[in-house]
Design a binder for this molecule. Structure first.
Ligand SMILES: [Fe+2]
Length: 148
């Protein structure tokens, strides 16, 4: 599947670029195709320490979605932190939790949160596929997919 990155806010779109970025509103022309934008564990049954620090842990109760980045909590330091968590329902980006500054002007001055976690209210229905994507400034994007 092709992957496109919004050059304004770093949002990824899968399959095709949307008419407007669901996060920052930028037009389709602001999306560039990117390769290997999401990291995957080498052996999902035996995570390395680094993989375990980056793969989101997702807890859902009703409409409340709690995300913690890492089975081992990820650092939140100016030089090494989670920049944001993006949420996708059935492949479409719907929301972002901002956790810290990014290299994009659009979110460059986001205050650094104390912990690599977020809670959001999302409208989820049985059968939906929720994808939670986090972006570490040093180690890239990691995803957890959950079937509702
Ligand atoms: Fe990291």
């Amino acid at each position: 599947m092709k992957t496109f990155e919004c050059q304004v806010c770093g949002h990824l779109a899968f399959g095709e670029a949307p008419a407007n970025c669901p996060i920052c509103g930028a037009a389709r022309e602001k999306y560039n195709e990117v390769k290997d934008a999401v990291k995957n564990p080498v052996d999902p049954a035996n995570l390395t320490e680094s993989e375990n620090k980056h793969i989101p842990q997702v807890n859902i109760s009703g409409s409340k979605v709690e995300v913690k980045v890492g089975g081992i909590p990820h650092p939140m330091l100016p030089e090494h932190h989670i920049m944001f968590i993006d949420y996708y329902v059935n492949g479409r980006g719907i929301k972002r939790s901002r956790l810290g500054p990014t290299q994009w002007q659009w979110q460059a001055d986001t205050p650094l949160k104390a912990a690599a976690q977020a809670t959001e209210e999302l409208n989820l229905k049985p059968g939906d596929e929720l994808k939670v994507l986090e972006y570490c400034n040093l180690h890239g994007r990691w995803v957890k997919t959950v079937k509702i």
